[in-house]
Design a protein around this ligand. Structure first.
Ligand code: MG
Length: 337
């Protein structure tokens, strides 16, 4: 295994309810076996608490050479969890590289290994961050190829932001991510009704992740699905969210990679919950790995590679707003640029 830091340069400053930034720290990982190399990646948006230092420390502490078979991913996850708790992005980097490696050895992309039809992948949303109206108009113009716009909310000008977007693209389907920014459940419910009337399909993480009672209150009354994001990381979190949320947003940097992400999607479906797949700002490496799971989901938010200016990979493509996987690319479906 080799790894190195790779700072992602964002095309626009990324403004969320709780912070703003122009770069994202990232570590690129390569795992080779018998002359075949798999690629992986850890992306560390600051709010998740990992950093280049913590990922480097965790990866340096691993001895993967004790495993003689790269297909024993379950065992390697048990090992990584025994080395340290948390470190989910670092674990995801190893997991993604192992999936890429094993998929390449089998000569098959993971959606095929999982038995999924790539034609069933949903349209992906394109994120419009919180910004001044003239910047929002510019971003909406750039988002012209996308069929679903994701609006970041949680500040005082939420309604103005939606109206600006709808002036630019009347009738475009929207989804909303409040990133825990709403504090009053009655106001959140009013906002859900207002959004539903304006073509919003679902609302992601309206209130604080710890507050399951208010989430359940809102989910019971809201006219659209309420999806957990910050409230869910790994498989162990899914079952206790049933009833509190309509569905979960799975991200590889939270789940520790594709192995558990797949299990989360299967469990959420069995519990009657909706499944969304999302990403951080990432290169096409981690985004394409997440896209392998997309046919199992109702909603996808896989635009992280489009938000950066220095991608290293060619991979998952958006064609007519839809996630499109190249069946000729095995593993996670990427090639170095
Ligand atoms: Mg979110």
């Amino acid at each position: 295994m080799r790894f190195f830091p790779y700072e992602l340069q964002l095309r626009h400053a990324f403004n969320l309810a709780k912070f703003s930034r122009t770069t994202t720290p990232d570590v690129q990982v390569e795992i080779s076996f018998d002359g075949v190399t798999g690629y992986g990646e850890a992306s560390m948006p600051p709010y998740l608490g990992e950093s280049v230092e913590s990922v480097t420390r965790f990866l340096s502490s691993l001895n993967l050479e004790q495993f003689t078979d790269p297909f024993r991913i379950e065992e390697m996850h048990d090992y990584m969890d025994s080395v340290a708790e948390g470190n989910n992005a670092a674990k995801a980097a190893v997991d993604i590289a192992l999936h890429d490696l094993t998929g390449k050895i089998m000569g098959q992309p993971w959606h095929r290994i999982w038995g999924l039809d790539p034609a069933l992948a949903p349209v992906t949303s394109f994120t419009i961050g919180i910004d001044k109206p003239d910047v929002v108009r510019k971003k909406v113009a750039e988002a012209a190829p996308y069929k679903l716009l994701k609006v970041k909310m949680g500040l005082d000008n939420d309604r103005e932001l939606v109206e600006t977007i709808l002036q630019e693209r009347p009738g475009v389907p929207l989804c909303v991510d409040a990133n825990q920014g709403w504090t009053d459940r009655e106001k959140a419910l009013d906002m859900c009704h207002w959004l539903k009337e304006r073509g919003c399909l679902f609302v992601e993480q309206p209130m604080a992740k710890e507050n399951l009672d208010d989430a359940a209150w809102l989910t019971e009354r809201a006219p659209l699905p309420i999806i957990a994001d910050e409230a869910v990381k790994r498989l162990v979190d899914v079952e206790r969210l049933k009833g509190a949320y309509s569905g979960i947003n799975i991200k590889l940097m939270k789940s520790g990679g594709m192995h558990e992400a797949y299990q989360m999607a299967v469990l959420a479906r069995a519990l009657g919950m909706k499944v969304m797949v999302g990403c951080m700002t990432e290169t096409s490496c981690a985004v394409s790995a997440a896209a392998q799971l997309a046919p199992l989901t109702q909603y996808a938010d896989l635009d992280g590679n489009l938000l950066i200016a220095n991608d290293r990979f060619r991979g998952m493509q958006i064609v007519d707003g839809k996630i499109t996987l190249d069946p000729a690319l095995p593993g996670i479906g990427v090639a170095l640029l």
